[in-house]
Write a protein that binds this ligand. Structure first.
Ligand code: TYD
Length: 410
């Protein structure tokens, strides 16, 4: 792609053009494009952020696709910065290798393995390979002793990998299947990698999280797809592959772990999951039509609360600088006049500023130094772990505002 972004006219999955717009967030900066101090006088680069429902195959998607080189060649997000994620993926590595890896010579591949938290946990059990497109992150993965290919994954790369390393027993891709525009080349490549009897296992955010919980802040340009199992099934079957198992996962709001293979016995959890989705109506446009009203309601609740606190001269800061925080801050227009700063555990983000809202990001120690009156929990998906971690601060009277799945103060 030579341009900064393209507007697609056909569905990424079924290639029809039977769309309905379900949410329009207008022009927004890229959620992970944190700014250096020297860039603060430059205007933000913005791109349209509009969500569509495909009336033919049920896939909820963006049609404005930002060039992946801009989004992912350099990346500030590190899995290792979030302790709950490290625990989750370490366990996932152990579970999957226990179930599917039979010999030290078996190959376990992760697509978008970031700083290799999962692969590092199993590297002594089998051969491991990380395919990570961000140059800076791939380097961190290599420093951990993990063989890492610094390229975007597609079918062509899959063919090269099979020639060099053979077929994989397990291919994993966590929180990346919503990110890759050429999703058909990805599934084509996965089919090549797993050969006759390998498995592909991935975790991905669920569209029901938007509909049932109103968590619209998961929407940003990197997330091109908001999947139901129904829409995924329609996509995966085009490649002669089946979803043979599925589990709900409570990470990033509602997610799911999906197991894909060829000619495997299908677990009854797949049929049950699909039936539940039908009950909620995830295959029908009607279900998505009041989504934007829910978002507006959340906006009024949260901005009224913050405005009232500001009128009382309360000092408010933000906790975490996740990508989703930038959707929320920009769409709700919560900027550096409302939040004095954010803190984040990711070293790469400290010293930078949020795109659009230009709030400085500091090391978490700053919170202890300053003791604000209120903390807006932007990394709300880790609310339980963070509230527990910050017990001392809360005992000293610092209140946490949790913006999702409904606005509350604790
Ligand atoms: P996350 O919700 O994983 O992702 P996304 O960017 O996809 O929305 O990001 C959480 C961010 O919050 C990440 O930058 C690390 C940070 N964080 C903290 O600062 N403190 C914490 O205790 C945790 C768990 C995360």
């Amino acid at each position: 792609m030579n341009k900064d972004f393209i507007h697609k006219t056909l569905c990424h999955s079924c290639e029809q053009s039977n769309f309905a717009e379900i949410l329009n967030l207008g022009e927004m900066p890229l959620a992970n494009s944190f700014l250096e101090e020297k860039d603060l006088d430059e205007p933000d680069k913005k791109f349209p952020l509009v969500v569509y429902f495909c009336k033919d195959c049920g896939l909820v998607q963006l049609l404005d696709v930002v060039n992946p080189e801009i989004l992912f060649s350099n990346y500030d997000y590190l899995t290792s910065a979030s302790k709950p994620l490290v625990e989750h993926f370490t366990k996932m590595g152990g579970d999957l290798s226990g179930k599917f890896i039979k010999s030290k010579n078996d190959l376990f591949i992760e697509i978008g393995g970031n700083d290799a938290v999962l692969l590092n946990a199993i590297k002594n059990k089998c051969r491991v390979l990380n395919i990570e497109p961000a140059k800076n992150v791939a380097e961190i993965s290599r420093q951990k002793g993990i063989e890492t290919i610094n390229e975007f994954f597609n079918k062509e790369l899959a063919e090269k990998i099979v020639k060099k390393y053979g077929n994989a027993k397990v291919v994993v891709a966590n929180n990346v299947m919503a990110h890759i525009a050429d999703i058909k080349s990805v599934f084509g490549g996965i089919r090549v990698l797993i050969g006759k009897d390998g498995v592909f296992v991935f975790e991905v955010h669920r569209v029901s999280d938007l509909i049932e919980e109103g968590n619209f802040d998961q929407i940003y340009h990197e997330h091109l797809f908001y999947y139901s199992l129904f829409a995924l099934n329609n996509l995966i079957r085009q490649f002669g592959l089946d979803i043979f198992d599925v589990e709900p996962i409570h990470m990033h709001g509602q997610s799911m772990r999906v197991f894909v293979g060829k000619d495997k016995p299908i677990s009854k959890s797949v049929t049950e999951f699909l039936e539940k989705e039908k009950d909620i109506g995830l295959d029908k446009l009607d279900t998505f039509l009041n989504f934007s009203e829910k978002v507006e309601k959340r906006k009024i609740e949260l901005t009224n609360l913050l405005d009232n606190l500001k009128k009382q001269n309360k000092r408010i800061v933000g906790y975490g600088a996740p990508a989703k925080g930038n959707t929320l801050l920009n769409y709700f227009q919560i900027d550096n006049k409302i939040l004095d700063f954010l803190t984040d555990t990711t070293p790469l983000k400290q010293g930078l500023y949020t795109p659009g809202t230009r709030i400085p990001i500091f090391h978490p120690d700053k919170l202890k130094e300053m003791k604000p009156d209120y903390v807006l929990l932007l990394a709300w998906n880790y609310a339980d772990a963070i509230l527990e971690k910050e017990k001392e601060l809360r005992e000293q009277g610092v209140k946490f505002i949790i913006p999702a799945p409904f606005v509350r103060v604790v």
